[in-house]
Design a protein. Sequence first.
Length: 134
Amino acid sequence: GVLATSDRVFITDDKEKTIEVFDAELNKLETIGDIDNRVGLHVEFNESFALDSSGNLLFCDNRNRKVIVYNFATEEFSHFGDFGGFPDELSVLEVAASSDGKLIAVTDLVMHKLFLFNSDYEQIQEISIENLIG
């Protein structure tokens, strides 16, 4: 997956389990590595990325049905969504955020639902998208 902002480009490498970070001139800034061990999960990236209002990187992990959060300041990972019934269980996910990062949208393509979260990762709304796109 790829995410571009005004000053950074993020590219995932699912095979190596890294996220490569580049500046706007495509100079490599850093590699966020060893994600499986640091998250404590066997992560499966998809093409979906976003930045939240704090500049944290959000990416979907379809294998574990979570949205993974990477905090650049602390270099630590956290997540929201988990096994055991939504709002804690998600599957086949896509994530997007508003331009200010204060509204986070997560679609579950198996459940045919759109879930909205605030910047604290608290669910604020849920709607069925099955009728909206069909």
